[in-house]
Design a protein around this ligand. Structure first.
Ligand code: 4GX
Length: 260
């Protein structure tokens, strides 16, 4: 069974989040196992101090190395086999769906939640990968740890009810998702696109492909460089790029007209 250890100075925040929703159910029924460890339990002093001032001066505090080393020693003593130890930080490599898929094939993953200005640099000797969930600054590594565990756990067979929803989904093919609709067919004067009511499944498939490609081209053109497109998708993409160029050209010509 895949299992995770999360080491944090804020175990309540992590535990609470894990009790709810799809992950909560997967943990309750034993599909995955998550152990939340309080970093303060691995301190040796009366005040359970986990942080200290930075050598060289400067603002803020740094997580002390010994409690993190002792926590990792305790986790390693409980298990054999290779250790995957993740540190979440803005300095990490981007956490992507590809990374989630790789991690979902690993038996046991340890996630260290950083706090304050970060962790003593020597802790990185025990870290196998440093991951960032995005280019913004949070107050701690707990939310990133939960993001990583959530994205990885949902790929474990049995965690998400419908396996087909993982297979067909956005990012699986490296593209953004197509638009979804449900009943009623009209709401507040807004209709569902006719094609989705047509019952023509070949047309519906093509429409969805075009929508997914158009959105990706518009919002995340960077994804198209690595997307795995089939022949039909390559043709649709060429059409969309052609339409886009023509739109820009026509826009310029209208502008010229207005200036006359
Ligand atoms: N994606 N943060 C970590 C403290 C810290 C700093 C350096 C270790 C090294 C973040 C993110 C993120 C804020 C979590 C700083 N820990 N983590 N924390 N974005 O912003 O992963």
């Amino acid at each position: 069974m895949p299992s995770f250890d999360i080491v944090t100075i804020c175990p309540a925040m992590v535990t609470q989040a894990l009790e709810a929703g799809v992950l909560g159910r997967a943990i309750a029924n034993g599909t995955i196992r998550v152990t939340v460890r309080d970093l303060r339990d691995f301190t040796a002093d009366r005040h359970r101090v986990v942080d200290d001032v930075p050598y060289g001066g400067g603002p803020g505090m740094v997580l002390k190395p010994e409690p993190l080393f002792r926590a990792l020693d305790a986790i390693e003593a409980e298990r054999s086999g290779p250790k995957t130890v993740i540190l979440t930080s803005p300095q990490g490599r981007p956490f992507t769906q590809a990374a989630a898929e790789r991690l979902s094939r690993i038996e046991h993953v340890v996630v260290l939640c950083g706090r304050y200005e970060g962790v003593d640099e020597r802790v990185r000797t025990r870290v196998t990968e440093e991951l960032s969930i995005g280019d913004y600054v949070l107050t701690g590594g707990e939310l990133p740890a939960l993001v990583v565990v959530d994205a990885v756990a949902r790929l474990v067979p049995g965690v998400v009810g419908d396996e087909a929803s993982i297979e067909g989904e956005s990012f699986n093919r490296g593209l953004l998702d197509f638009p979804h609709y449900t009943r009623p067919a009209v709401v507040d004067g807004l209709s569902v696109p006719d094609v989705l009511l047509s019952g023509n499944h070949a047309e519906i498939r093509r429409w969805r492909k075009r929508q997914a490609l158009a959105r990706t081209l518009e919002r995340r053109p960077d994804l198209l460089e690595r997307a795995a497109l089939d022949e039909e998708e390559r043709i649709i993409l060429q059409e969309l790029q052609h339409d886009r160029l023509r739109g820009m050209w026509n826009g310029r010509m209208e502008g010229d007209h207005e200036r006359d």
